[in-house]
Write a protein of this length. Structure first.
Length: 368
């Protein structure tokens, strides 16, 4: 019996151990080496062949092999069980983690749900209704006048509310002695500036900045030092009109004005041109329309005359054309001016001008 056998068995064990992977591999190893017929066990059986003298040393050598095998097996078993424990721990860890995750999800779901609940909106409920605004009757009257003249070929021109007294008065042939220039009648905004008392100044401004033929209407606010009563307001509106061309005449003027009046007041209304006086026109006229209310029979609105005065007008005075840098030997013009509140009152049978400014919806809502 030599030692090479011991080394062979040791080497064989180490090789097999290095390949072992499972618990059953190790059971096989145990049987193969430490079992009744195992390699280590059979070594002890060979003790008899060794001389009595060598026996203790040989026995010790076998024992060392046996220990090596046993400790190798033990180590492997420990490794295996460590791995199992590790896996177990991992499984617990995963369980804890997924539990926490689930809880967190539940919590956040709850928060979302609560948020939704707090802003709960019943889409089947009827909506909130807001009243839709509409044009003021003065604005819509101006718009309608401008629209009718637009169809007759007139465009819109505008001037400032604060006007020089030259343009508001002098250029319009209203001399120093004219009663409208009195401080009693006009709001002066400075030594040479007035709040315009009429829109007629826009005639001058338009002539100065454009070449004939001119065909404009000029809507705007005007100011007069009047006490407020049922038919007067210190602020009101006018629409001015001006036509300047080579061949225009009083007949053309009557045609334009009559067609506007029929369009605005009614197709079967009679229109009358009554001689009058304005410093800026010659000849001048006032235009009357058959009473809208009584259709000419006579009533309180027309003071039994059967007619309503709706505008002032006339052929533009040669001095006014000159002040607008237009040669009165070549060009002629006609002009007109109407009070918007006045004709709106006539048209809608409104008896008090203040109804336009008091913003009482019971009045204004009738004009939607
Ligand atoms: N400017 C006059 C007024 O305020 C109205 C008027 C009359 C305008 C005759 C005109 C016109 O253009 O030709 O009472």
């Amino acid at each position: 019996m030599d030692e090479s056998k011991l080394n062979e068995i040791t080497a064989m064990f180490e090789e097999k151990l290095s390949k072992a992977a499972t618990v059953s591999d190790i059971e096989t190893l145990k049987v193969d080496f430490l079992g009744k017929k195992g390699h280590v066990t059979s070594l002890f059986k060979e003790m008899g062949k060794v001389t009595a003298e060598d026996r203790p040393a040989f026995g010790e050598k076998i024992n060392r092999v046996k220990e090596k095998v046993e400790s190798g097996i033990k180590e492997f078993e420990k490794k295996i069980s460590d791995k199992a424990v590790g896996e177990k721990i991992n499984r617990v860890k995963e369980k804890v983690e997924s539990g926490i995750k689930e809880f967190e999800k539940k919590i956040s779901d709850k928060a979302v749900y609560e948020k939704i609940n707090a802003s709960y909106c019943d889409v089947t409920l009827p909506g909130k209704f807001h009243e839709i605004g509409h044009r003021h009757p003065i604005s819509s009257t101006i718009a309608e006048i401008v629209e009718i003249f637009g169809r007759l070929g007139f465009s819109v021109s505008e001037g400032p509310d604060i006007e020089t007294d030259y343009i508001n008065f002098d250029a319009l042939n209203m001399f120093d002695w004219h009663p409208a220039r009195d401080m009693q009648d006009s709001f002066y905004a400075g030594p040479n500036a007035v709040l315009r008392t009429h829109t007629s100044g826009v005639q001058i401004r338009t002539m100065l900045k454009s070449e004939p033929p001119i065909k404009i209407v000029a809507p705007g606010r005007v100011y007069r030092l009047d006490e407020v009563d049922a038919s007067h307001s210190p602020v009101f509106h006018q629409v001015e009109g001006l036509l300047v061309d080579k061949n225009t005449n009083f007949a053309a003027f009557k045609g334009i004005i009559a067609s506007f009046c029929r369009e605005f007041f009614g197709a079967d209304r009679k229109v009358v041109f009554r001689p009058s006086y304005f410093p800026f026109t010659e000849p001048s006229a006032e235009v009357d329309v058959e009473c809208i209310s009584c259709k000419g029979r006579g009533c309180a609105i027309c003071k039994n005359s059967g007619f309503l005065e709706v505008m002032g007008a006339g052929m533009v005075h040669p001095n006014v054309l000159k002040n607008g840098n237009i040669d009165p030997e070549i060009y002629r013009g006609f002009a007109f001016g109407m009070g918007v509140e006045r004709i709106a009152m006539l048209r809608y049978a409104i008896r008090d001008i203040r109804d336009f400014y008091m913003n009482d919806l019971r009045v204004l809502a009738q004009f939607r």
